[in-house]
Design a binder for this molecule. Structure first.
Ligand SMILES: NC(=O)c1ccc[n+]([C@@H]2O[C@H](COP(=O)([O-])OP(=O)(O)OC[C@H]3O[C@@H](n4cnc5c(N)ncnc54)[C@H](OP(=O)(O)O)[C@@H]3O)[C@@H](O)[C@H]2O)c1
Length: 388
C-alpha cells in the first residue's frame, strides 16, 4: 500500500459534501498530502480542482459507480477511499466491493441502516480476511454519537453494567443528496427492518456480556430542560456494534438515543412533518413527487452553515457512578461532516501504527477510537466531561 501514488481518493468530489471535503483536505491536510479527485465528469472535477488551495496536490480520475473497472482503476491508486456518492443504498455497494477487491481502506457518510447492514452481511468477512478497514458513517451520522459514547465509556469504571442516554440538538440545513437519501430510506422502512434482523441473526453471540436498548420513550427531560423525542437514526445501531466489539463497554451495556427539542410546538411540527413525509414516501407516485422537491447538488449556503451548530449530551451511569459528557461543534450536516470525514480518512492513512489491529466492516470507535478523537479535538470538535 505504501507504493500507491495517492494518500486518498475522493469519490463524489463534484457533489455538495464532496466539494466541502476536498476544500477541507486542501486547507487542513498535512503538507504534501496527495489526493485523487474521482468523478464521472472530468470537466466538473477540473472546476473543483481549480478552486482548491494547494491544487497541485490534487489529481483527477474519471470513474462511474456503474462501471466497476473504472472504479477499481481509480481506487487501487490510493491508500484510503472517501465516498460521498449517495443515496448509498443505490450507489454504494460497487464502491465497497471495489475497495475490498483493491485492498483500499474505505470511509463514507452514509446514514442508511439497510446499506450498512447489507455491506456487513455481504462484505464483512471478505474485508476482514483481506485486512481492509471498511468504515461507514464517518459524518454527523454517527461520529459524535459513536465516539461520544466511546469517550464516555472510557471515563466510567470498568466491569460495571453501563446505562447511557444521548440527547442530540442540531441547527443547520439539508442538502439535496441528504433529502433524496432520507426519502429513499423512508420508502423502504420494511426492507430496513428485514435487513437489520438478518444482520442481527448473523451476529456471533456474545459470551458473558449483553448489549441492548433502554427503550426510549417520548418525555419531558428536566436534565436538559427540553422534550426528548426517541430518534430512530442509524446511531443506536452503530453504538451497539461498537459495544459488541469492545469489552470495555462492560458486562451489560444499554443505550437510548433522543432528539432534544425545546418547545412542545416545535416537537409537534417535527413529529407531524416527518409522519407526513414518511406516509407519502410509502407509495411510488407520491415518493417520486417528494424526490422532485429538492435536487442533488444543492445544499445550505455559507451563512446558514456559519450559523449552524450541534451538541450531543450524554448522561451515564455505572454502578454508583454518574457522569455527564458532551460533544459539540459547528454546523453538523456539511461543514462538520466534511471535517469528520476528512479527519477519518487522514486517521486511517496516517495514524496506522496507533490504530487497533482490526479489519472488516467497522465503526469509527472500533476502527479508530482515540486517535480520531484527538484529531477531531484539534480540529475544533469538542469532547468533554461537564458534570457528575
Ligand atoms: N450522514 C451524514 O451526516 C451526511 C451528511 C451529509 C451528506 N450525507 C449523505 O451524503 C450523500 C451525498 O450528499 P450530497 O448532498 O453531497 O449529494 P450530491 O450533492 O447530490 O452529490 C452526489 C455526488 O455523487 C456523484 N454521483 C452520482 N452518481 C454517480 C455515479 N454513477 N458515479 C460516480 N459519481 C456519481 C455526483 O456526481 P455528479 O456531480 O457527476 O452528478 C456527486 O458528486 C447523501 O447520501 C447524503 O445523505 C450524509
Amino acid at each position: 500500500m505504501s507504493n500507491r501514488p495517492y494518500d486518498l481518493a475522493l469519490l463524489g468530489a463534484t457533489g455538495f459534501t464532496g466539494q466541502l471535503t476536498a476544500a477541507y483536505l486542501a486547507e487542513h491536510g498535512p503538507p504534501g498530502l496527495k489526493v485523487l479527485l474521482v468523478g464521472r465528469n472530468l470537466a466538473k472535477l477540473e472546476k473543483v480542482q481549480a478552486g482548491l488551495r494547494n491544487r497541485e496536490n490534487f489529481f483527477l480520475a474519471q470513474a462511474d459507480v456503474g462501471d466497476p473497472a473504472s472504479l477499481i482503476k481509480a481506487i487501487s491508486q490510493a491508500r484510503v477511499l472517501i465516498t460521498t456518492v449517495g443515496p448509498f443504498d443505490q450507489y454504494g455497494e460497487p464502491v465497497v466491493a471495489a475497495c475490498v477487491e483493491a485492498g483500499t481502506d474505505y470511509v463514507d457518510i452514509t446514514g442508511e441502516p439497510q446499506f450498512v447492514d447489507r455491506m456487513i452481511l455481504r462484505y464483512g468477512a471478505a474485508a476482514e480476511a483481506k485486512g481492509v478497514r471498511i468504515v461507514p458513517c464517518c459524518g454527523f451520522d454517527s461520529i459524535p454519537h459513536d465516539l461520544g459514547v466511546y469517550y464516555t465509556v472510557k471515563l466510567l469504571p470498568e466491569g460495571e453494567p453501563l446505562r447511557i442516554e444521548g440527547f442530540v440538538r442540531a441547527k443547520g440545513g439539508v442538502s439535496g443528496g441528504t433529502y433524496q437519501s432520507a426519502v429513499n430510506a423512508m420508502g423502504k422502512a420494511k426492507e430496513v427492518q428485514a435487513v437489520r434482523k438478518e444482520r442481527r441473526r448473523a451476529e456471533v453471540p456474545l459470551i458473558g456480556r449483553k448489549v441492548g436498548s433502554l427503550y426510549p420513550k417520548l418525555h419531558y427531560e428536566p436534565r436538559i430542560k427540553a422534550w426528548a423525542v426517541p430518534f430512530p437514526s442509524i446511531d443506536p445501531d452503530v453504538i451497539a456494534r461498537s459495544a459488541r466489539t469492545l469489552d470495555r463497554y462492560g458486562p451489560d451495556f444499554r443505550y437510548a438515543h433522543y432528539l432534544s427539542v425545546k418547545k412542545a410546538s416545535t416537537m409537534a411540527t417535527l413529529v407531524g412533518g416527518v409522519g407526513v413525509v414518511f406516509a407519502l414516501a410509502q407509495l411510488a407516485p407520491t415518493r417520486r413527487l417528494l424526490l422532485k422537491l429538492k435536487s442533488s447538488g444543492e445544499g445550505p449556503d455559507e451563512a446558514t452553515r456559519a450559523a449552524g451548530r450541534f451538541e450531543v449530551r450524554f448522561f451515564a451511569q455505572a454502578g454508583g457512578t454518574s457522569l455527564v459528557t458532551r460533544v459539540h461543534g459547528g454546523e453538523p450536516g456539511y461543514s462538520e461532516t466534511a471535517k469528520m470525514l476528512g479527519e477519518s480518512a487522514l486517521c486511517l492513512a496516517f495514524d496506522r501504527e496507533r490504530l487497533p489491529a482490526r479489519a472488516g466492516l467497522l465503526t469509527t470507535a472500533t476502527a479508530m477510537g482515540d486517535p480520531l478523537i484527538e484529531r477531531l479535538q484539534k480540529a475544533g470538535i469538542t469532547f468533554e466531561r461537564v458534570g457528575a
